[in-house]
Design a protein around this ligand. Sequence first.
Ligand code: HEC
Length: 346
Amino acid sequence: MGKVHALWTLDGLHQLDEATVLQALADKQPRVRATAIRLCENFLKSETRGHVLAKLMEMTAEREPFVQQQLALTLGEAADPEADLAMAKLLQQAPDTEFMVDAVVSGLFGREASLLENLVNDGASNDQLVATLARCVFTSRRKADIEKLITWMASSKKSSALLDGVAATSLRKPVKLAGEPAELKQILDKRAARLASLLVWPGKPGVKTEQPLAPLTKQQQGRYDLGKVLFTGVCAACHQMHGRGLDGVAPPLMDSEWVLGSEQRMVRIILHGLTGPVSVRGKTYRLDMPAFGSFSDEQISAVLTYIRREWEHGAAPVEPGTVKVIRATTADRHEAWVQDQLRAIP
Ligand code: HEC
């Protein structure tokens, strides 16, 4: 399955042959184009892969935002350097769209820095694109990649473009590095202060040392590991591995007040689903989350332990016993929760 959930399309559409799908890529209706793009993922493992990919890469002039978003995700699914470049081109068309940055970070998932490295080494590459990809690398919060980025900022032909990217980056909280990057002092530019404001490290002047988190017990760590597997297989299709959600598909889990808040509410969301307007980090979503009541108590506690500790979260793990009790007390419930009902539960 692709990275955007299968509910977007009817199962029957999967039976469509390649010629029909490729033809639909040029359809007048954006929804049809987006669906056709996603269906192309079915052919990326077949021997006609090259042909399908070529057709997708011809679509970088697409203007409709949600079609661009699907194109970025599908090109990312191909995991191919040329497709990555096509995705970069697409990003260049919509460089200021926050959700395209998210879609590209989802699509590239881990390949942002290597794509950027190619562009940094190629003096002729477009500065705006370099800046936007630098923003993607920061947005991914991957520490090793951010450290590489700082090295390129200190000494590369593209350092000014990279610093522009940093100036346009806004993070909800700074990225925690293990120590002060040595190259930071070599960046003699007024944008360096902005860069430093996006980072913290132990001993950084003006930064309070945090209480270290209580480590997970061996059993809780086992649940976290299982939770990661479940999250990857089930939840990431909508919420994305990076936890920042996807426009029109699912809200963010990273820094979500729901994820970090009451475990009573969290367990209920997983058991029965969630519908209607829900406010997450100050933004309202009007979507539907399916129920996962078929998960065992152990599985629910695992996936919740994972999302409460991933993405630098520090919320308490959830025990299977808690899930068991809530499952029993809500046994009569068959419909999804709405946020006001959940808010009434402590
Ligand atoms: C089919 C897509 C989809 C899948 C799969 C999915 N969710 Fe959701 N999730 C949503 C949507 C959509 C909402 C918002 C619902 C609304 O608007 O009322 C949501 C809301 C949430 C929320 C509360 C809001 C927030 O952003 O914090 C949490 C927590 C959550 N999901 C966790 C999970 C976990 C854990 C899994 C995996 C077991 C999962 N979801 C699987 C689509 C999905």
